[in-house]
Design a protein around this ligand. Structure first.
Ligand code: PLP
Length: 229
């Protein structure tokens, strides 16, 4: 039952928040990652209290966006190709995966064309994994300032995906480091950016991510069970 699993995830989120030595009152936004799950599962989750949906692929999201008769916030959490920016800005309230100047420009132009201010996060590849998207931490500040200057983007924070370590505890120092970077970014001198989101944590590591300062977690399997491909 989706509603029971959702209750479990929410309890785990509260327990992880309580373990934090800082920012105990900081809310954590739960994004239900619905990739490879159908519209019925999505409705069930939303009727059980989910307000935010995460999808990876534009085509799948587009079909669901056109079919889903519920009012939710849509998050693009997967890698975005510049040639799909036009479709992405029509669907998504927040794009988590901006990781290059080239992509930021494409999203800014696409948003300008439909008269939208697109909320975005910048994805950081902290562990420098070849297999993952995201900008390296040392190149991040320059991109953040450039995104801040783009008239049709609003920068809202940072996103990261931890490596898939065998022992999930190995993620902890990375999450702590990301939180440190996030706190530093909050102090940067921006024009329009409003840095409020640190998107980190998935099914296997969201409790550790929250303990280390995440305020936005992306949970699929933990709510819907394993994906069928
Ligand atoms: C698929 C995905 C998730 C959710 O993964 P689960 O392990 O099913 O919770 C979270 N974030 C990103 C970027 C994803 O691609």
């Amino acid at each position: 039952m989706i509603s029971e699993k959702l209750r479990e995830v929410k309890d785990n989120i509260e327990a992880a928040k309580a373990k934090r030595s800082f920012d105990k009152a900081q809310e954590v936004l739960l994004i239900a990652v619905t990739k490879n799950h159908d519209i019925y599962a999505m409705r069930e989750a939303i009727d059980a209290g989910i307000t935010d949906i995460g999808e990876n692929r534009i085509q799948e999201a587009k079909e669901k966006f056109e079919t889903l008769d519920r009012d939710v916030t849509w998050h693009l959490i997967g890698h975005l190709q510049t040639n799909k920016a036009k479709q992405a800005v029509k669907i998504f309230d927040i794009i988590h995966s901006v990781d290059s100047l080239h992509l930021a420009e494409a999203v800014n132009n696409a948003a300008a064309n439909i008269g939208k201010i697109q909320k975005v996060l910048v994805q950081v590849n902290l562990a420098k994994e070849d297999s993952k998207s995201g900008i390296y931490a040392e190149d991040m500040e320059e991109l953040l300032y450039k995104v801040d200057e783009m008239p049709n983007l609003q920068l809202m924070g940072l996103m990261c995906i931890a490596p898939n370590y065998e022992d999930v505890e190995d993620c902890r120092p990375l999450f702590a480091k990301m939180h440190e970077i996030y706190n530093r970014v909050k102090e940067m001198d921006f024009q329009t950016a409003n840095i409020v989101y640190l998107s980190m944590g998935m099914t296997h590591d969201y409790q550790i991510a929250i303990e280390e300062g995440s305020n936005m977690v992306r949970v699929g399997t933990g709510i819907f069970g394993p994906r069928q491909y």
